[in-house]
Design a binder for this molecule. Structure first.
Ligand code: NIG
Ligand code: FE
Length: 417
């Protein structure tokens, strides 16, 4: 659904450009007071100073919204989540509180594999209903585009089911959040293949990936490249096959140990490498050279009590950094945009301006969409966040609290507060 909408008297706060902002450019935010943004049929057709009198009743074909005292930002892009799954893992969180590690729980058959069992036991309606609930919460926090991954099926039928759920939600005429789908068949080794990881990679490449591609169910392929999960060699084999089949590439890289996944992302010119808690200096520079977006997920580091990724150093090295939530039932059961921004500013030493770029234009670039979303410019989608303040510093300052007044999706205004 699209609309004609004129937002006037706004303080527009936006990065500028149709590609990722790298290094120092991330700080450059355009701030425009007493601004008007016009959206026609869901697409931005004017951004500039407030205009005068109506010409020939032209404005009567538009909804009008007075944004006096409010900031207007591009809609947030949450470019890394796992929001379609069955069950939950609250008990694991308590085990971790008592000192057990994420990987040791996974090694004794819990973790991802336990969500796989719950997802295999769920049907389309159950998965869709639960995922729809998460989408509503995302919209309330200003998200207008989200990436979602499969990876809780680990068999052909359930991987395709997860992706079909995302397609169905994305086809909803009244959706408030666009969905970009990623195939993550290599998220863990399922019980049937324990001790035979190479055979599982073969199965994914031969049986599942072609079906994903033929049915156009995903744009990206991702892999959990981690010690004890998929090695650098196995990840390379999988991602090379994915690229040959036309999928763009992402990696869960250097999340738990420094394995070199960020370097592999640079070698393969992946669109993004994500997590990067333990990425080496050399690999950070390689990512900057190759234009791989560094997607940082501070909520996961927070929930796992791990050290934060070196966001400041990555930006100083010239990387394009994106921020995302990683919403999933295990390592990070949170999709909180306000807390993500606060952690990025407080612990990863990013400025508010850099965090805004990271959650908008660079998030869009991490999804190959910087040409159509991520900034408030003519020709892009009319997707916005309206803050209930004219001071965008509230985003980290109002720690973990929501200062979103309304979300606009392709010109349709959805009030929040
Ligand atoms: O990004 N590390 C791998 N995947 C997710 C966690 C998934 C889960 O625990 O269910 C992550 O942290
Ligand atoms: Fe993840």
């Amino acid at each position: 659904m699209t609309e004609n909408l004129i937002i006037f008297n706004a303080r527009v706060v936006t990065p500028i450009g149709f590609s990722a902002r790298c290094g120092r450019e991330m700080e450059e935010i355009c701030i425009m007071d007493d601004a008007t943004v016009e959206v026609t049929g869901g697409v931005i057709t004017y951004v500039g100073p407030n205009r005068g009198e109506d010409r020939d009743g032209y404005y009567q074909r538009y909804w009008h919204y007075n944004a006096r005292g409010k900031c207007l930002l591009p809609g947030f892009v949450d470019s890394h989540t796992h929001f379609v799954f069955g069950g939950e893992r609250a008990e694991e969180f308590s085990w971790r509180l008592k000192g057990e590690s994420y990987m040791s729980i996974m090694e004794r058959g819990g973790g991802i594999v336990s969500t796989v069992a719950a997802t295999r036991n769920s049907n389309f309606i159950q998965l869709r209903g639960k995922a729809e609930g998460f989408l509503k919460q995302m919209s309330v926090m200003g998200v207008t585009t989200v990436e979602g991954k499969s990876g809780y099926g680990l068999d052909k039928e359930t991987e395709l089911l997860q992706l079909r759920v995302m397609r169905s939600l994305n086809n909803d005429e009244h959706k408030r959040v666009d969905i970009v789908s990623t195939f993550l068949g290599a998220h863990a080794v399922p019980q049937e293949y324990v001790g035979r990881t190479d055979d599982y990679v073969d199965f994914i490449i031969r049986e599942v990936m072609p079906a994903v591609v033929q049915n156009r169910l995903a744009e990206f392929c991702d892999v959990f490249c981690e010690q004890g999960v998929f090695s650098i060699g196995q990840s390379r084999r999988l991602l090379t096959a994915a690229r040959d089949m036309g999928l763009a590439l992402k990696l869960h890289a250097d999340e738990i140990v420094p394995l070199g996944g960020a370097g592999l992302a640079a070698e393969l010119s992946a669109v993004s490498a994500d997590h990067l808690l333990h990425a080496s200096d050399a690999d950070i520079h390689a990512m900057a050279d190759k234009g791989v977006v560094a997607t940082l997920l501070p909520l996961t580091a927070f929930a796992l009590k791990e050290p934060y990724a070196r966001g400041r150093e990555m930006i100083d090295a010239g990387c394009a950094v994106a921020l995302a939530t990683d919403l999933n039932p295990g390592s990070c059961f949170s999709g909180s945009i306000p807390l993500t921004i606060a952690l990025a500013c407080i612990y990863m030493k990013m400025s508010v301006e850099e965090s805004i770029t990271a959650l908008t234009l660079n998030g869009a670039a991490a999804l190959n969409r910087a040409g159509s979303i991520g900034s408030i410019e003519v020709g892009k989608k009319g997707d916005f966040v309206v803050l209930n303040t004219d001071n965008y510093h509230f985003l980290p300052y109002y720690v973990g609290m929501n200062c979103v007044h309304a979300t606009v999706k392709e010109g349709v205004l959805h009030p929040v507060l």
